[in-house]
Design a protein around this ligand. Structure first.
Ligand code: KIV
Ligand code: ZN
Length: 404
């Protein structure tokens, strides 16, 4: 059944539906770990710290600050964040071996809320070709890793790398073993961005039935097929209560699920999804600009929520609608994500209503006859120039070239 658009189009005839209390979705931000694995991105300590402080302001639940064994610099970067950033849980990634886990433990030692995140691959291809281990040996390694991590911290996350290409019964076995060994969060990565929303929903529903209720199930989706956000939402529908994501969706290859898209999907469609994150949406745009500036990765103009065009209207029909009522073509306000109000872009598709408004906004009082003659000139100019800026409009009015 299609969901109703309760917020924007109230249907007074329909009896009010009682909404259940929204469930809390934990936001696990991995911009500083998986995001930093984007080809060409390398953040220094102070840049990482600046982003971590913004993530704390944003209100994420977990910051994955790095992969401490990767280099002495990464270890120091994670421990600085652990020492200085308060609010979110701070975690570091570790493969399922002693050296990695000890490095992660050292790095998060001084965190207010430390977590160790350890992982091992579980798909047939990874176990045979990469790890060269039999499935039972992989389970043994997972148990030892989780037990070792638990000897340092109370909060341990276990991930099965390439989970979505793994055998489900094997996944249930290794996850049960990890939980028995002390893991508190179980993460299911779609490491190569291969799964689909239906598969993800069914996998989480299956795992939920296999694991004790106190375990937090988590989804970690990559975007190789452009499905990372849809797959994360499907995981939540199946029972996930933590989603792992990055600012601007940056990350290995095609990137990870985009934090701002997920948060705004849940926020905007509260009627369809009874879930809420603790994220302060007004900090989203600032976080996006900061990550783009410090990582050197530009945000595509048509990127949802944070792209330059995400709240820009160009066609005359849309501009006219937005002038009459913003909700005609806006499902959320730009201000809600910390941006300035939506802009009407003046170009050859713009209509007279938007043109008149642009002149008024620039402080010109122009009568209807003059609007008409200026509008014809504006269209000629737009055909030649594409986008028209405020200075073009000023020149148009002040040159009086339309006045006989
Ligand atoms: O994509 C992946 O499998 C990961 C894990 C290490 C969590 O990033
Ligand atoms: Zn990943």
């Amino acid at each position: 059944m299609p969901p109703s658009f309760t917020l924007l189009h109230p249907d007074k005839e329909r009896p009010a539906m009682t909404q259940p209390e929204p469930s809390r979705i934990r936001i696990f931000d991995t911009t500083l770990r998986d995001g930093e694995q984007s080809p060409g991105v390398a953040l220094d300590h102070s840049q990482k710290l600046e982003i971590a402080h913004q993530l704390a302001r944003l209100g994420v639940d977990v910051i994955e600050a790095g992969f401490p064994i990767a280099s002495p610099g990464d270890l120091e970067g994670v421990s600085r964040i652990a020492r200085e950033v308060r609010g979110p849980i701070i975690t570091g990634l570790a493969r399922a071996n002693r050296a990695d886990i000890e490095a992660a433990a050292r790095a998060v030692e001084l965190a207010e809320k430390p977590r160790i995140h350890t992982f091992i691959a579980t798909s047939p291809i990874h176990m045979a070709k990469k790890l060269n281990l039999e499935p039972d040996a992989v389970i043994e390694r997972a148990i030892e890793a989780v037990q070792l991590a638990r000897s340092f911290v109370d909060d341990v996350e276990f991930s099965a790398e390439d989970a979505t290409r793994s055998d489900w019964a094997f996944l249930a076995r290794i996850f049960r073993a990890a939980v028995d060994a002390g893991a508190t969060t179980i993460n299911v990565p779609d490491t190569v961005g291969y799964t689909t929303p239906r598969e993800m929903r069914e996998l989480f529903a299956f795992l939920k039935g296999e694991l004790p209720a106190h375990v937090i199930l988590s989804a970690h989706c990559h975007d190789d097929l452009g499905l990372a956000v849809a797959n994360s939402i499907a995981a939540v529908e199946g029972g996930a209560r933590q989603i792992e994501c990055t600012i601007n969706g940056i990350g290995e290859r095609a990137g990870n699920a985009s934090l701002e898209e997920l948060v705004m999907a849940f926020h905007t469609r509260r009627d369809a999804y009874p879930f809420e994150s603790g994220v302060r949406t007004r900090e989203l745009y600032r976080a996006s600009r900061m990550v783009s500036r410090l990582s050197g990765m530009p945000v595509q103009p048509n990127k949802a929520i944070v792209g330059d065009n995400a709240f820009a209207h160009e066609s005359g029909i849309h501009q006219d609608g937005v002038i009459k009522a913003r909700e005609t073509y806006e499902i959320m306000n730009a201000e809600l994500v910390g941006r300035e109000a939506a802009v009407l872009v003046m170009g050859k598709h713009s209509g007279r209503a938007a043109f008149r408004k642009a002149l008024t906004d620039l402080g010109y009082e122009v009568d209807e006859d003059r609007v008409k003659s200026l509008f014809a000139r504006f269209k000629d100019l737009a055909d030649r120039k594409g986008q028209i800026h405020a200075d073009d409009l000023r020149a148009l009015v002040e040159s009086r070239s339309d006045v006989p």
